[in-house]
Design a protein around this ligand. Structure first.
Ligand SMILES: *Cc1c(COP(=O)(O)O)cnc(C)c1O
Length: 459
């Protein structure tokens, strides 16, 4: 008999592995089904290794079983450190929640809550009522409703207000965002007919005026997000467009995208139209995201005149797009912070990061650079450089936000290899390579000791 055959014969049965006292102890923890599957898989792996000829002589079955169970419990969604130079990075989950919002979401997840339940009457309540008043206070709107994200908000509003009818929109605003949100496609799916007016760079009030016919149900304005039309451009003032729409008896909807609740000039950034400005200028329905500049959870907010919000809320599609209790809890907690704007700016990470003075960013860079130098020693050259970062997720298009990066040149790794090395840490660190230099942008860094040191550089 060959060694290989002997080794195969020596493999234990599943039952005999399960009879090992250490494995019995594991079964107490994990349950017998899970441990049995792991034992079977471990024996199968051993059999395959013997057949390939690279099996060890001894098998530690309890250790193999623990390894298999632990790898099954390893989450796919990992905490990463975003030092990419994009503050609100869609691919990295956009906003980090304020501590208050984290606590609220976790607590709602773990408990039953008055989600659609009136504590006064003991009868059915309205999910929107949990945040509606707050949103009204913060935006000056008459009413508000919340859905899964802003794409859902646009879809639902168009479907409610313009199904089978014409919606007029400027050619300069027929945008695509991040490849998956194309305004013309959402419009088509909502069942409204797109009536394009004006040209890519110039659309006049008269263009809208000419396009409004008896079949027109809505005029739509859309923030051009990550796209900017510059040079010889015109678009009517929102208040003029609103006046025209109201004279002709159709509502005006504005898809704001980011939807700032406070004037960004307060953060030392260029102004963006706030939701309150947009309502004040006469928009009847305004849609915006919860997780862009607002800095809350993924959500789509629809605010505006009560008659339209009531119709939107009654649309059966709303049921398919509603947010869950954890999202609403996080959104409510985030919005409550905005009642004290100075606190909001400090506690909501998106606002804190965007508004942080460069001197503070540099201080983070110095601390992070010291950690990097201590780690790489002679293997890398670590420098602190002035850099530029972006707000991300379509907010503040083309606005260069001054920042400071830690730049690392490694003796043995190319910039891209170094970027990959950082992504492979236990807590992946996401930097970027620009002009052949690997950088870690410090605008989004809160605590280098915690985020980098325990971020797995040393394991
Ligand atoms: C980001 C954006 C959307 C999509 O919002 P999501 O929350 O990502 O669904 C729609 N319209 C505009 C103008 C945007 O900027």
């Amino acid at each position: 008999m060959s060694d290989r055959q002997q080794a195969l014969r020596a493999l234990p049965s599943v039952d005999s592995v399960l009879a090992d006292p250490q494995v019995e102890a594991l079964a107490k923890n994990w349950g017998i089904s899970c441990v049995t599957s792991a034992a079977r898989a471990a024996i199968e792996t051993a059999r395959a290794a013997i057949l390939k000829g690279d099996a060890p002589t001894q098998w530690d079955w309890p250790a193999q079983i623990v390894k298999l169970i632990c790898s099954d419990q390893e989450p796919t969604m990992r905490h990463v450190v975003n030092l990419s130079g994009v503050v609100s990075h869609t691919n990295l989950g956009r906003a980090r929640l304020a501590e208050e919002a984290v606590v609220a979401a976790a607590s709602a997840g773990a408990s039953n809550v008055n989600l659609e339940y009136s504590l006064k009457s003991g009868g059915r309540g309205e999910r929107d009522s949990l945040v509606e008043e707050l949103v009204m206070r913060l935006t000056g709107a008459e009413a508000a409703t919340v859905v899964n994200n802003n794409a859902a908000a646009v879809l639902l509003a168009l479907n409610t207000l313009s199904f089978g009818k014409r919606t007029i929109v400027s050619r300069g605003e027929l945008i695509e965002i991040g490849g998956s949100f194309r305004l013309p496609e959402i419009m088509e799916k909502s069942g409204c007919h797109l009536a394009e007016v004006g040209t890519t760079n110039r659309t006049h009030l008269a263009d809208y005026e000419k396009a409004i016919d008896p079949d027109t149900a809505l005029a739509l304005r859309a923030h051009t997000s990550n796209f900017k039309v510059v040079g010889f451009t015109t678009k009517p003032k929102l208040s003029d467009l609103a006046a025209l729409c109201h004279e002709r008896g159709i509502p005006l909807m504005d898809d704001l995208g980011s939807g700032a609740l406070i004037d960004l000039a307060q953060l030392g950034l260029p102004s963006e139209p706030t939701v309150a400005d947009t309502i004040a200028q006469g928009a009847d329905v305004v849609t915006f995201s919860g997780d862009k500049l607002l800095g809350g959870p993924q959500a789509g907010l629809i605010v505006g005149r009560r008659e339209y919000i009531d119709r939107i809320r009654k649309n059966p599609l709303k049921r398919a797009l509603r947010p869950d209790k954890m999202i609403l809890a996080a959104l409510e907690a985030t919005l409550r912070l905005y009642l004290c704007p100075e606190v909001a700016i400090q506690h909501i990470p998106t606002l804190r990061h965007l508004s942080r003075p460069v001197a503070q960013v540099r201080d983070m860079a110095e601390r992070a650079a010291a950690i990097a130098r201590g780690y790489f020693k002679e293997e890398a050259e670590v420098t602190i450089i002035d850099d530029i970062c972006r707000a991300g997720s379509g907010a503040l298009p083309e606005v260069d936000i001054p920042s400071v990066s830690v730049a690392i040149r490694h003796a043995k790794m190319s910039p891209n290899q170094l970027a990959a090395w950082f992504r492979e840490r236990k807590t992946p660190v996401i930097g970027r390579v620009e002009r052949d230099l690997f950088r870690l942008d410090m605008r989004t860094m809160d605590d280098p000791d915690r985020e980098l040191d325990t971020g797995g550089w040393r394991d």
